[in-house]
Design a protein around this ligand. Sequence first.
Ligand SMILES: Cc1cc2nc3c(=O)[nH]c(=O)nc-3n(C[C@H](O)[C@H](O)[C@H](O)COP(=O)(O)OP(=O)(O)OC[C@H]3O[C@@H](n4cnc5c(N)ncnc54)[C@H](O)[C@@H]3O)c2cc1C
Length: 553
Amino acid sequence: MAENGRQRHPAILAVDDEPAVLAAVARDLRRGFGESYRIMRAGSGADALELLGEMHTRGDQVAMLVADQRMPGMDGTDYLLRARTLYPEAKRVLLTAYADTNAAIQAINEVALDYYLLKPWDPPEDQFFPVLEDLLTTWKARERLAAGGLRVIGHRFSRETHELRDFIARNRIPGSWSDIELDPEARELISKHEIDEERLPAVVLEDESVLVQPSVQELAEAVGVAARPASDHYDLVIVGGGPAGLAAAVYGASEGLRTVLVEREATGGQAGQSSRIENYLGFPQGLSGSELADRATIQAQRLGAELLTVNDATGLRVEGAGRTVELTGGGELSANTVLIASGVSYRKMPAPGFSELTGAGVYYGAALTEARSCADQHVVVIGGANSAGQAAVYFSGYANRVSMLVRGSLEKSMSHYLIEQIAQLPNIDVRAGTEAVAAHGEDGRLASLDMRGPGGELANERVDACFIFIGAAPRTDWLEGVVARDERGFILAGPEVVDQGWPLERDPYPLETSVPGVFVAGDVRSRSIKRVASAVGEGSMAVSLIHEYLGSA
Ligand SMILES: Cc1cc2nc3c(=O)[nH]c(=O)nc-3n(C[C@H](O)[C@H](O)[C@H](O)COP(=O)(O)OP(=O)(O)OC[C@H]3O[C@@H](n4cnc5c(N)ncnc54)[C@H](O)[C@@H]3O)c2cc1C
């Protein structure tokens, strides 16, 4: 039942079979969040699911589901699991007694729980409000991104449309997209703005101006993302805005270095594409990569780092003590020191058909923007490492069926916790020893895959979308002849550069490359550990070494 008449507010639904506890939860929720949310309640999981079904039919928004773990018939975890299919974006909170802590920790995996709260939580000001406030802020930010702002109009299976959608999502630009084939509003928009249907995608900006078939760069400039540098000389230029680069930006700026970060696509790097990072210290419920990227980007900017996105470093010049990073479009940044944190990018699938269908049903990485469109579909995830496992778990919340094609076996390449999670999800099937050998399209989009099974047998299967995670390689060609690299293109550092043309008497610092004053951090470093935490650690550590370098230069 609704507790007040403000139908247009998003809802928070609390479920508990004990009336007194339910009343107390609802009271605290109302006190903390009643201004902006409708507080609803139900006495059992079954009643709550019925209510959610009705709300879903009406198109109501649900921001958060709060459920007690111990309820007869259907426990809290089971209820949240079912509720997830109706409202996958709603934040999920479990209320538990201390004795149920293990069940709550288990639920983190089973239902991608966002938080578990131990009862009682007195005073709510300390234990209850801050946690829920944080979750609701994240939910709101996501909804705001999807609700307002610009509109991309195009065909779902068009590579150009996908690139624009991916760009706005990864740069967290408020906006949404409309499929010209399915969404009547898209037709209204093109008629209102006299856009030629043959010339999609188009973007209607907030001020109602229209971009027809814009490139990502043109869109970036129109929304003010591709900023120009504020200065022509910096203490530190960071190339790459993944976890390593962002950590360096936070430490560099906070420690008084004039710091600028150059990022080719969107801050967050590979981590920004992760649907859920579960092993980053201090986040027991895991956190989404875009949330991590968002928080780190805001933190770096607040501390004074300058961010230049949609800018590609294309060259590095060394002139005496000066270092110059060349950018696409002819710009350059002069610096005392440079940190290369450009990470790695996905390897492309060599089999026939994949290249032509990229962006039209075939995607590299998790392409989280596609998740909502995968409802009731058959999705294939190719790869057996953690990134593929995370994607399979994520898409299983949307798609009808997810098939994982793994060349070897999961046990060889994936963390134990993910293997367990996958085993518990009935709509994921893992096909060990199976590879995709060709992709076929129909009407310009992916329609089926040819797969070779463990015994060499070939089969063709209808597939709606395919997400590829088959390893990654550094893109460091722009450093050719300037900075020493290993045979696979990863950048050498520290003791490894001593016999690689190291020019000084002193030893190189641990993360220093063969060019003094040019440092490297994260996945792009030769023999690095490919993890968020190690990238963050190296980015932070590099700044301290840069201080030493600047102090001694
Ligand atoms: C889907 C997925 C899930 C993952 N899950 C986990 C996990 O759960 N736990 C975990 O610990 N690790 C995880 N990883 C690995 C982790 O994300 C990486 O180890 C980490 O992001 C490396 O950080 P980085 O800053 O070194 O590089 P990256 O994250 O690769 O960032 C590099 C950035 O540099 C930019 N760039 C590259 N070249 C240039 C250039 N020339 N000019 C300007 N910019 C450039 C790129 O656009 C990119 O944004 C996951 C990876 C993926 C892909």
